[in-house]
Design a protein around this ligand. Structure first.
Ligand SMILES: Nc1ncnc2c1ncn2[C@@H]1O[C@H](COP(=O)(O)OP(=O)(O)O)[C@@H](O)[C@H]1O
Ligand SMILES: O=P(O)(O)OC[C@H](O)CO
Length: 494
């Protein structure tokens, strides 16, 4: 009987389950959006039970669609929205509060306080991260300080913390396993990326008891099996990685110097830097790309908070398009932005600025500006933000990128991809399989059980679909970037 790999891709806006075969072909995708909860401005939550029910629901749907059973699945790989924080009661298995999502800014003032205490270097040297509300650490502290009796319970060892991978693993094994992998652990502000251990000094700064924390494992190994009641028969769970690291793996950016950008709600650019962590001098993150068979690869990451989400705002806020895909035709109806620049700092700015208090700005409007100019400026902003990150990577690593591999919903937009190549002066390449996040998780699981033999096999499976070559002159590029940086300056919080 042919066996398949089932990937769980638990994202910010939807849960997806995708089934792959040995050739890395996608046989089916089942997807379900779930509720986004905005209790206050700047706060974003998910219902952790809905995360679980939607994920298991789409897994069953995917199996049913192609008429296979759990016993036909060789292994499950899990990939997930990162940093999103869940704390649950070990005895009842019930979350003590909603999941606090990576986008949530409620702990921005706590982060300011940590910075004022001069702790930036300590956190950066140990975790590779900047102090920001984006990461899990201050979210866990907030839960312990604000949910009634949470701290007392945590101190008695009654609570468990996990990112979404840990939560899914706990549910899949009915409370048998409380684990995470290094790629998720390294996004918490609590994990030392050099020793690959939870760090007592950081735990004490944030006042988080160690008993809350999951055991940290590699990204590719048989961690355990799904409980019998869930899919009928027990399936090995053999891969875990945060979604951006999984996408880097799925893009076969397996060698130092290779980079990918995923254009979803935000944009996440990861540059593989090989077996040594590279510290950034330009506010990029040093992150673990994966750990396989005792070997750790690292990446430099630039996280941009608003990318495809600016297109959603054109759709839902301004209502100038009906569907996200309509933005391409509207933007292409004008030759350029007519001098309009749009900085979509709706939730502040991520890398390389890390300005929590910047807000969105549109500059250069004239009587001649139209919806089309604004749409084009919105698309361009995605490419400019990426260019800022890649310039910071160039300065940090001295590497000149040979190509940028792209994926994610907005990478379908050819106008955007062409402008991305133009503004970078680097070719952009879109692969045949753009579900690279799920594919990466499938590969990690498959490697652990010998379904795929080696990373060399994975390198061979990656195939380009479309190339976008830079077409504008270096002078034109510099002028555009200069105007963009003037717009950024107007956006910054002073
Ligand atoms: N043709 C398009 N042009 C620009 N943006 C698009 C297009 N199609 C989808 N998007 C944007 O891509 C995002 C969805 O991509 P996806 O990879 O599913 O994101 P996520 O995993 O963050 O939920 C949405 O923000 C949407 O506005
Ligand atoms: O779920 P996505 O694709 O928006 O990715 C979210 C990132 O993991 C946040 O760090």
């Amino acid at each position: 009987m042919t066996k398949y790999i089932l990937a769980f891709d638990q994202g910010t806006t939807s849960s997806r389950s995708i089934i792959f075969n040995r050739d890395g072909d996608m046989l089916t995708v089942a997807q379900k959006e779930f509720t986004q909860i905005f209790p206050q401005p700047g706060w974003v939550e998910h219902d952790a039970d809905e995360i679980w029910s939607s994920q298991v629901g789409v897994a069953n749907e995917a199996l049913a669609r192609i008429g296979i059973k759990a016993s036909d699945i060789a292994a499950i790989g899990i990939t997930n929205q990162r940093e999103t924080t869940i704390v649950w009661d070990r005895k009842t298995g019930k979350p003590i509060y909603n999941a606090i999502v990576w986008q949530d800014r409620r702990t921005a003032a706590d982060c300011d306080q940590l910075k004022a205490e001069g702790l930036e270097t300590t956190f950066q040297q140990k975790t590779g991260l900047v102090i920001d509300a984006y990461f899990s650490g201050t979210k866990v502290k907030w839960l312990l300080d604000n949910v009634p009796y949470a701290r007392e319970k945590a101190e008695r060892g009654e609570l468990a913390f996990g990112t979404v991978d840990s939560w899914l693993m706990w549910k899949l094994t009915q409370g048998e396993l409380h684990i995470t992998d290094v790629t998720n652990a390294c996004r918490t502000l609590l994990f030392n990326i050099h020793t690959q251990q939870w760090d007592d000094e950081l735990l004490s700064i944030l006042n988080i008891p160690r008993s809350l924390l999951p055991e940290v494992r590699s990204s590719s190994e048989v961690y355990g099996y799904t409980s019998e009641g869930i899919f009928g028969s027990r399936i090995p769970i053999a891969g875990i990685a945060g979604d951006q690291q999984a996408a880097t793996f799925g893009q076969a950016s397996l060698q130092s110097g290779m980079a990918k950008n995923t254009y979803g709600t935000g944009c996440f650019i990861l540059l593989n830097t090989g077996n040594q962590p590279m510290q950034s001098n330009h506010k990029l993150l040093t992150t673990i790309a994966w750990r396989i068979n005792g070997r750790t690869d690292y990446a430099l990451e630039g996280s941009v908070f608003i990318a495809g989400a600016v297109v959603q705002w054109l759709r839902d806020g301004l209502e100038i398009i009906k569907h996200s895909a309509d933005v391409e035709a509207l933007a292409a109806s004008v030759p350029d932005t007519g001098g309009v620049y749009f900085v979509p700092a709706f939730v502040g700015l991520g890398a390389p600025y890390w300005d929590s208090y910047a807000r969105g700005t549109i500059t250069g409007l004239t009587r001649g500006s139209t919806n089309a100019h604004i749409a084009r400026a919105a698309l361009d902003s995605i490419a400019y933000q990426t260019a800022d990150v890649i310039e910071a990577m160039r300065q940090d690593s001295q590497l000149h990128l040979r190509e940028l591999r792209v994926d994610g919903g907005a990478s379908r937009n050819n106008l955007l991809m062409q402008f991305q190549a133009d503004i970078l002066g680097v070719p952009v390449v879109r692969p045949k399989i753009t579900e690279t996040t799920a594919l990466g998780a499938a590969y990690l699981a498959g490697l652990a059980i010998g379904y795929w033999e080696s990373e060399a096999e994975i390198l061979q499976q990656w195939q380009a679909d479309q190339w976008f070559e830079p077409k504008i002159s270096a002078d034109h590029r510099l002028n555009l970037l200069d105007s963009w940086h003037q717009a950024i300056a107007q956006t910054r919080h002073r």
